[in-house]
Design a binder for this molecule. Structure first.
Ligand code: FAD
Length: 477
């Protein structure tokens, strides 16, 4: 038998479910990746993710070649290219891993139909999460809408079986080379331009490995360090999880083992991985939430619109709001493609509750900028911050951007890194420069309205306006 393993968001060889099933079922397994024009067409010409993907593909191709295989890379619409390739290679089946995003499900249904027209099958597996779809349900058989009971049910269900790795390495003799495998195209071959990646991110599965090793040294402190953007608290593995250059089973297993040995940091980190599963199953059960509010009554909120709102939105995107923590966070996003989790909560709250701008606009901006952009997690995060999601922050809890700054970047280290023009301010003044004494501003070389903006909105005023704006949903919140 001949099979095709179709790589998508699982760009690694080890512990890869679809590859494992392909290798076990066939004597000759071809491997492919499609640079899908249906997805790429919507991206800016310089996109960090495209650079990351090409790097990961190059490493994957090399590792496949070391084992007698090779990666066939095509540039075109996946819905056409996969059936075409399957026919050219005379395979009986195409193996891939589940992708539950609505657009991906539609694409996969088209592929399955085209394959069926010449007698080939599309065989899919779970790989991207520990539990998906209907695997963790309430006692009455419904989906969970609140995280903590979901997490408890998740922890109760998890057994070594769900966390163990697929031993791909035992079956690699079935990997087949092909004259169609002609290396990975360059950026310019596919019409893209270079974009800089943070060096610390690393490339491909080897990059993920280095980050993981580094994080395991610190995981025990994760619970105490994770909220402070100036220190190395989190794992920075999100981009690798997004593109599957690291296996979620391996990460969850490491965290679970440490948790069982009493490691509090690992326990809190595992909980974050469970949030990832949680939002993933929300997407499966509530696809309407990917295009509107999870709680439909929140679609009735009147957001600010028009030229003034557009100006404020641009100030937010560019990190020019006059609130240093918000601005430093947006600079981090724009310059690196990453934003610390605490800051994602702060900036999302600021956009929706201080500027009164629709969360969907912020969601779209993050989707464009984030290296780790993931529909389920990004949508979940935005709806949490705007209070329209399931198990979201209540609408009347409104982050104060100054006290968040004083609490989570007390010495202004993070702010100084991204806003060097404020570096000379004292630890006290840096969180709200417009309150600083004129002499201090002058001594620090800060000229409000010139080299750093005055605040675009007054938080106390915005807070009242938001409470009024959300009154339409009050009765049901
Ligand atoms: P760590 O703290 O090391 O966490 C480990 C992993 O757990 C992460 O890599 C991620 O896969 C998962 N995780 C952690 N927190 C969450 C969460 N709240 N929801 C879902 N998964 C989580 N995460 C994304 O992966 N992609 C997104 O597009 C995304 N958009 C977000 C938007 C908003 C408004 C908010 C508030 C959060 C968003 N998150 C998103 C969740 C979280 O901020 C990032 O996963 C995290 O900052 C990534 O950094 P890390 O890998 O160092 O995280």
């Amino acid at each position: 038998d001949r099979a095709l393993a179709w790589f998508r968001r699982d760009l690694r060889l080890d512990d890869q479910a679809a590859l494992f099933h392909a290798l076990k079922s066939a004597d000759a397994v071809f491997c492919c990746f499609i640079l899908d024009t249906d997805i790429l067409a919507a991206l800016p010409r310089a996109d960090r993710r495209v650079v990351f993907i090409l790097g990961a593909l190059a490493e994957l191709d090399q590792r496949l070649r070391e084992r007698g295989g090779a990666l066939i890379v095509r540039h075109g619409a996946a819905a056409d290219e996969i059936p075409r390739l399957a026919a050219e290679l005379h395979v009986q089946a195409v193996f891939c891993n589940h992708d539950d995003e609505p657009a991906a499900l539609m694409r996969d249904a088209q592929v399955a139909e085209k394959l069926a027209s010449f007698g080939a099958l599309l065989k899919t597996s779970k790989d991207h999460v520990i539990f998906e779809r209907r695997e963790v349900m309430t006692a009455v058989g419904g989906p969970y809408g609140v995280f903590t009971p979901y997490k408890n049910a998740w922890l109760k269900k998890v057994e070594p079986f769900y966390l163990s790795s697929y031993p791909v390495e035992r079956y690699t003799e079935a990997l087949a080379g092909s004259v169609l495998a002609q290396g990975v195209p360059s950026l310019s071959d596919i019409g893209f331009e270079p974009a800089a990646l943070p060096a610390s991110l690393g490339m491909g599965a080897s990059g993920a490995e280095a980050l993981l090793e580094d994080f395991l040294e610190r995981i025990a402190r994760y619970d105490r360090a994770r909220d402070f953007p100036a220190i190395k608290g989190p794992s920075y593995l999100s981009t690798h999880l997004r593109f599957g250059t690291v296996s979620i089973r391996r990460l969850a297993r490491l965290a679970h083992e440490r948790m069982q040995a009493g490691d509090r940091g690992a326990e809190v980190w595992l909980s974050e991985l469970i949030w990832r599963d949680f939002y993933h199953q929300v997407m499966h059960h509530h696809p309407h939430a990917m295009t509107g509010a999870f709680r439909r009554e929140y679609d009735g909120i009147q957001w600010e619109q028009g030229p003034e709102a557009d100006r404020l939105f641009k100030a937010w995107c560019d990190g020019e709001t006059g609130y240093p923590l918000v601005d430093a966070a947006m600079k981090q996003l724009n310059e690196t493609g990453y934003q610390h989790n605490r800051l994602r909560m702060v900036t999302a709250s600021f956009l929706t509750k201080d500027l009164g701008i629709a969360w969907r606009r912020g969601e779209a901006y993050f989707a464009q900028q984030l290296l780790d952009f993931d529909l389920a997690a990004n949508n979940g995060g935005w709806q949490w911050a705007s209070s329209s999601g399931c198990d979201a922050q209540p609408y009347f809890r409104i982050f104060n951007p100054v006290s968040q700054s004083e609490k989570f970047d007390a010495e202004g280290k993070f702010i100084r890194r991204y806003l060097p023009q404020l570096a000379g301010l004292s630890d006290k003044a840096i969180h709200a420069p417009w309150l600083a004494a004129p002499l201090e501003l002058q001594a620090a070389g800060v000229e409000l309205g010139a080299n750093y903006p005055r605040p675009v909105v007054d938080h106390a005023f915005a807070r009242e306006r938001t409470l009024a704006r959300y009154a339409v949903v009050k009765s049901r919140a």
